[in-house]
Write a protein that binds this ligand. Structure first.
Ligand code: RP5
Length: 156
């Protein structure tokens, strides 16, 4: 390699990394079950309309604990800036995600066929986090508000 070709190679590598960053999602949307998808689609729809790159994953804090831990631990390194986590019943997912990442986590309490008191079970599971492990909590089935809040966090 001669002296003149070296800078060209460096620029190409930088361009490649810049390209990766441009394509990386900023918001991760996770949910505990495929059955949560109809309610959680409002979050991805809102983010899509605002031009905010996002990804959607199904993973349960109770059924797939290792998957959830891996996802949360790698989230910041992958370029994610906010995580939206929706779950119903004993809704551990947002809290477990928050326990494994420094990123802001927005929890969405969801109703399901087995909900108690119209989703109050999930609402309390998400809102009543112990000190030091915060999860922002929107209203029951309010995935759209979670996306709006994520957009505001990204603008901050
Ligand atoms: C939670 O249990 C999920 O988030 C869902 O809201 C609820 C019911 O899950 P499925 O039985 O439909 O898989 O973990």
């Amino acid at each position: 390699m001669n002296q003149e070709s070296a800078p060209v190679t460096e620029v190409s590598v930088e361009a490649e990394f810049e390209g990766l960053e441009v394509d990386a999602p900023l918001v991760g949307i996770v949910m505990g079950s495929k059955s949560d998808m109809p309610a959680m689609e409002a979050a991805s729809k809102e983010l899509d309309e605002r031009g905010i790159r996002n990804e959607v994953r199904v993973m349960s804090a109770h059924r797939d604990p290792e998957t959830v831990a891996d996802y949360a631990r790698n989230a910041k390194l992958r370029g994610l800036r906010v995580i939206i986590a929706g779950a119903g019943l004993s809704a551990a997912l947002p809290g477990v995600v928050a326990a494994h990442t420094p990123l802001p986590v927005i929890g969405v309490p969801l109703t399901s066929s087995k909900s108690v008191a119209g989703g109050l079970d999930a609402l309390l599971s998400i809102a009543q986090m112990p000190p030091g492990v915060p999860v922002a909590c929107v209203g029951v089935d309010s995935a759209k508000n979670a996306a709006v809040l994520a957009a505001r966090i990204l603008d901050a």
